[in-house]
Write a protein that binds this ligand. Structure first.
Ligand SMILES: [Zn+2]
Length: 239
């Protein structure tokens, strides 16, 4: 009777262990972890790209201001040239030269401005696409997390049911049997007891000796497999 209870306890414990494993592996299998990591890496990209765009926008503004300054300076020079106030040929020539230098500078800045504008535009496009991608993954992740939570709550309620059943089962088992079972269970990864069918140990698939077979019919005797060490139980005892 005690052996039968131990056998039933083992079945309960194996179910509990399987449930615990399922709960442990559920987040990985649901893809939540993968999606979280993916999201994190995309958000890193996002902040880097945002920062780089900020820098380039600032540079763009500075270039625009430089160009505007040149335009203003040239206008002043131009006004000076044609105001008639300056009549010295040398001075006029210098002013004209300065106008030319400023025009060259302006051209240089404008070329840089064009390149930078293109780059900023490209970055804005890429960042927009990235933002869309992040939104989409966040939506998917939320979905997955909700499903995972539903799944986990089912498993957890199943587990708590099994824990109650286990508690009820152990009430009928003597402490010394429970201790022995616990010790063997740890040693054999939950398979403390092995079923004997056709004189074969269900734990290691080795024939049991005739002496052991005799002991098995002795009620209350604890018989261990000589090969693997598991506690043996006859199949008709498990019914
Ligand atoms: Zn065995």
């Amino acid at each position: 009777m005690q052996l039968k209870l131990l056998w039933e306890l083992q079945k309960i414990d194996l179910t509990i262990a399987a449930l615990q494993k399922t709960i442990e592996e559920a987040p990985l299998k649901s893809g939540v972890e993968e999606a979280s990591q993916n999201l994190e890496s995309l958000k890193n990209d996002q902040s880097q790209q945002t920062e780089s765009l900020k820098v380039d926008r600032k540079a763009l503004k500075e270039l625009e201001m430089k160009i505007q300054k040149i335009v203003d300076d040239r206008k002043d020079l131009n006004d000076g040239l044609y105001s008639g106030k300056t009549t010295s040929a040398k001075e006029l020539e210098q002013m004209q030269r300065k106008m030319d230098i400023l025009a060259e500078e302006k051209k240089k800045y404008e070329d840089r401005l064009l390149v930078l504008m293109e780059s900023v535009e490209e970055q804005e496009g890429a960042l927009n696409a990235l933002n869309d991608q992040i939104n989409e993954i966040e939506r998917l992740l939320k979905d997955k997390e909700e499903k995972l939570e539903q799944e986990l709550s089912l498993y957890r309620s199943e587990l708590s049911k099994m824990d109650n059943i286990r508690a009820g089962k152990t009430e009928g088992i003597e402490q010394k049997y429970l201790d022995r079972y616990t010790m063997l269970s740890e040693k054999y990864k939950g398979q403390a007891l092995a079923l004997v069918e056709n004189d074969i140990c269900g734990g290691c698939r080795v024939f049991i000796s005739s002496a052991q077979r005799g002991h098995l019919y002795n009620p209350g005797a604890l018989v261990y497999c000589e090969n693997c060490g598991r506690l043996l139980i006859k199949s008709d005892e498990t019914d």
